[in-house]
Design a protein around this ligand. Structure first.
Ligand code: H53
Length: 840
């Protein structure tokens, strides 16, 4: 492994891997230069945003050596690289993370002081976060990129550079209002546009057959429309290592600024139209989390970024004179859900049509390089494309899919002679109703591995979602439980806890979370538990002041902070939590509460703009908050807060400040959940169902440190199969009847009896997410929580054990599992040497 030679012409002396250029003097100089030359500003008149930009540019400069060295290593010594294909990367703010991973946070603080800025946080606050994802899936992709780099694994994350990310959420009269996310408006300093590596992508048109040089009939695609993908690269630096991987996000450009023919004949608008149409491709992120809308533009986005990415991978082989038949030895392609599943057909098309490789060989290459992660069992999330839309947009891909399907069905016919049912069930084409292409089937057939994202979920994939596939190819199915990066979610988000952890177990916990097990020795140490509690209090004070600034609500940091932050979805059951609050409210009102644990219940999360019931749930929570927060009887006992515009940045404030984490989805519905992991690491206790990764969390922290309630997945199935009736549960629970009555009479809607009717009708009608069935158990469990809260020592001990035992949920562990069992890649350290004398 040849060291990267730093005596290459690199501006500035930011080159020494250890220190040169990393001290505060050099950072100050770099900032001054960027203020002057890049931003055209004088230091004397620089705004906080100018200083943020200048510092970010100076920090990005300091990533470049590692970034280029990491690419050189692969060029010189080819090694298998991970291509993580994802329609979403919710990467969060970049400055703090890069400072942490470079190890120059202190130096940056010192440099800022010389511009009169006393606290780094005032500069971090102005950073606009790129909301290039909806929720769990996009954030997971970001954690995985950070872990890949930290583990020194060569990797590229491929995605879309949406001009508008997930909308910003305002709350007006209790309702969610969506506002366009203009994250690029002030300039975004972290990307490197690479127009010379652009790719062409076709759409529409027709296929035609022709005879090649050897007289063989072949098929080819004649698209009617084209777009250009321009890569914008974001460096992803690992923690205190030289590996700096890449996030390559594609922006769509028009092929020609104008159609000159149309322009010349006077059709000015017609000429501009196609340009505008091509550029809308990367305009906006679809704001649905786990629901498939089947929209034409969405399929275009998917094909656009997948095609660019695969072309980019193939081109990288050509550049290094590696035959494309070696593809699978150099790239391992991970499909993050079915959003990039078109990759199976597109890789086949490129190999067959572009590189003239025969079917069998091409299929072998494809199936040896592609793997698929499933993230959901919800039927509404499983992508299906209308056949007519598909053939209109991607006619050649459809031909290829038919061929893949035909060969697959032939295999099935041999195995299950005469069984047409199974053929229909497994076919890529759904023949029922208006015919459609099932993307999960395409991905499953084209992948060498299919994994779920938590033990229970992976098991359900095999038993419920794709049982016949699992029987056919048991060796393909596996599990990799999700994880989250401890750099962002503990080290950055929770500095006071991090300091305590470092003092207790040393600094290595950041890359080896298992070391936190050592904290178990302290579980009965009153002084240590006190210190641990102090870190939590600090987080709560910060959140309390944030809540006050954003909502005007005053909350008491010594109350129990009970938090549910995640996308709003019926299966996640924010409404179950809301109903429970009403029950507590009623008890206080009726004087029947033995309420010894003052609580602040905090919600946060966005609803898909077209998801009526989710938006009504937000309105419902705000209705309850209004009544509770303005009632003097609730003073000092109960507060309800809906935090607007939940995003990564806000998550960093919320996780360290939480005492109780709400993970209350209907069992069998949440594939994994990752918020549950962030809370546990930060010492929150969980109240939760046996769903997703909660199951593993409870096993790890041990059942006495987890508040379990609710029906299990099999009990839910049983209810479902035996004509579940929510009424029977309501009849058994007088408190629930009271709660419902209060909503009915309009108590939380200023007397409006209609407002929440759709919600009530759903709950008392068919209650699709079994809220009524779990209500009583949940309420009882909440009483237990309150009782525990009054024994602070016991609470702190449980909280400490959650932190101590949460190491398994580091995304480093998940990535190691992917590397070993699916990708077969190993770390490749990047060495950098330089002779400082020579370059300074
Ligand atoms: O993916 C997370 C899981 C979570 C699951 C989520 C998800 C999306 O955010 C979007 C689409 C989709 O199919 C699944 O709901 O349970 O933790 C990461 O795996």
């Amino acid at each position: 492994n040849e060291p990267f030679d730093l005596r290459l012409p690199t501006p500035g002396c930011y080159l020494d891997p250890e220190k040169a250029g990393m001290d505060s003097d050099a950072l100050f100089k770099g900032m001054t230069e960027h203020l002057f030359f890049t931003l055209g500003k004088l230091a004397t008149s620089a705004s906080p945003h100018d200083l943020y930009m200048a510092l970010s540019y100076a920090v990005k400069d300091r990533l470049m050596t590692r970034y280029l060295a990491s690419q050189e290593v692969i060029r010189k010594k080819p090694q298998k690289t991970v291509a993580y294909l994802s329609a979403e990367f919710l990467i969060g703010p970049q400055l703090s993370n890069n400072l942490l991973n470079l190890g120059i946070t202190k130096e940056a603080e010192d440099a800022l002081k010389r511009f009169g800025i006393e606290s780094l946080s005032t500069i971090l606050e102005v950073e606009e976060e790129p909301g290039l994802g909806n929720g769990g899936l996009g954030r997971l992709a970001a954690c995985y990129m950070e872990s890949l780099a930290s583990l020194q694994v060569p990797a590229v994350g491929y995605g879309i550079r949406y001009e508008f990310g997930i909308f910003n959420q305002l709350i007006r009269d209790g309702w969610q209002v969506e506002v366009t996310d203009k994250w690029l408006k002030g300039g975004w300093p972290w990307e490197l546009p690479q127009p010379d590596e652009s790719c062409f992508v076709g759409f529409g048109g027709r296929t035609e057959s022709y005879r090649d040089d050897k007289g063989k009939y072949r098929s080819r695609w004649v698209p009617s429309e084209h777009a250009i993908g321009v890569p914008h690269d974001v460096p992803v630096l690992g923690y205190r290592v030289n590996t700096c991987d890449r996030l390559r996000l594609w922006r769509a450009d028009a092929t020609e600024s104008f159609d000159f023919y149309a322009f010349n004949i006077g059709d000015y608008y017609g000429a501009v139209e196609e340009k505008v149409a091509s550029e809308t491709l990367s305009k906006v992120l679809y704001p649905n989390d786990g629901t498939d809308e089947g929209r034409r533009l969405r399929l275009k986005q998917q094909h656009f970024f997948v095609s660019c990415s695969l072309q980019d991978m193939l081109r990288s082989l050509e550049k290094r004179s590696i035959p494309v038949t070696e593809f699978a030895n150099h790239w391992t392609v991970q499909l993050n859900d079915t959003h990039p599943a078109i990759a199976v057909a597109e890789l086949m098309r490129l190999l067959i049509d572009q590189y003239q490789i025969g079917w069998d060989k091409a299929w072998n290459i494809t199936t040896s390089s592609v793997a698929y992660t499933n993230h959901t069992l919800l039927p509404e999330a499983l992508e299906k494309w209308d056949l007519s839309l598909f053939s209109d947009l991607l006619p050649r891909h459809l031909e290829i899919i038919y061929e893949i399907n035909w060969r697959f069905l032939q295999q099935l016919r041999l195995r299950y002679p005469g069984d047409d049912k199974i053929l229909q069930k497994l076919s890529i084409i759904d023949e029922e109703g208006s015919k459609s292409v099932r993307m999960a089937h395409l991905a499953t057939i084209g992948a060498h591995h299919i994994n779920g994202v938590a033990a229970l979920h992976s098991d359900l994939i095999k038993r419920q979602l794709l049982p016949e596939f699992a029987e056919l190819w048991p060796e393909k199915f596996t599990n990799v439980t999700n994880g989250v990066t401890p750099r962002r979610w503990v080290a950055l988000a929770n500095p006071s806890l991090s300091n305590l952890l470092e003092k207790e177990v040393g600094p290595d916990w950041i890359t080896n979370m298992e070391l936190l097990k050592k904290l178990e020795n302290k579980k009965d140490d009153a002084n240590f538990l006190q210190e641990f509690e102090e870190t939590k209090l600090r987080g709560k004070r910060k959140l309390a002041s944030f809540i006050h600034t954003k909502t005007g609500i005053l909350v008491d940091p010594s109350s129990l902070f009970d938090v549910q932050v995640k996308r709003i979805h019926q299966y996640k059951r924010q409404h179950l939590n809301a109903l429970q609050i009403i029950a507590q409210y009623l008890r206080i009102k009726n004087g029947t509460s033995n309420y010894k644990a003052p609580r602040t219940v905090i919600f946060g999360g966005k609803a898909a703009p077209g998801y009526f019931m989710a938006k009504l749930i937000i309105r419902f929570i705000n209705g309850i908050a209004d009544v509770v927060n303005s009632d003097p009887d609730m003073e000092g006992l109960l507060r309800v807060v809906f935090l607007p515009d939940y995003n990564v940045k806000l998550g960093e404030i919320v996780y360290p400040a939480t005492d109780l984490s709400e993970q209350i989805s209907t069992a069998g519905k949440e594939a994994s959940g990752t918020g549950n992991m962030k809370f546990a690491m930060n010492g929150a206790l969980t109240i939760g169902t046996l769903d997703g990764a909660n199951v593993e969390l409870r096993d790890l922290v041990k059942k006495e440190n987890f508040f379990l309630f609710g029906k299990t997945e099999s009990e839910i199935m049983h209810l479902k199969n035996n004509s579940y009736s929510p009424k029977t549960f309501i009849e058994k629970c007088p408190e629930l009847q009271e709660v419902i009555r209060l909503i009915e009479i309009g108590h939380f809607s200023n007397g409006d009896k209609e407002l929440f009717k759709p919600l009530l009708n759903s709950l008392t009608g068919n209650d699709p997410f079994f809220v009524m069935a779990d209500f009583e158990d949940y309420l009882n469990k909440q009483d237990e929580v309150s009782n525990f809260w009054n024994n602070k020592k016991a609470w702190n001990k449980m909280a400490l054990l959650n932190t101590a035992r949460s190491g398994y949920f580091s995304s480093d562990r998940s990535i190691r599992e992917y590397c070993e069992s699916i990708w077969k890649v190993s770390p490749m350290p990047v060495e950098i040497t330089c002779d400082i004398e020579e370059i300074t």
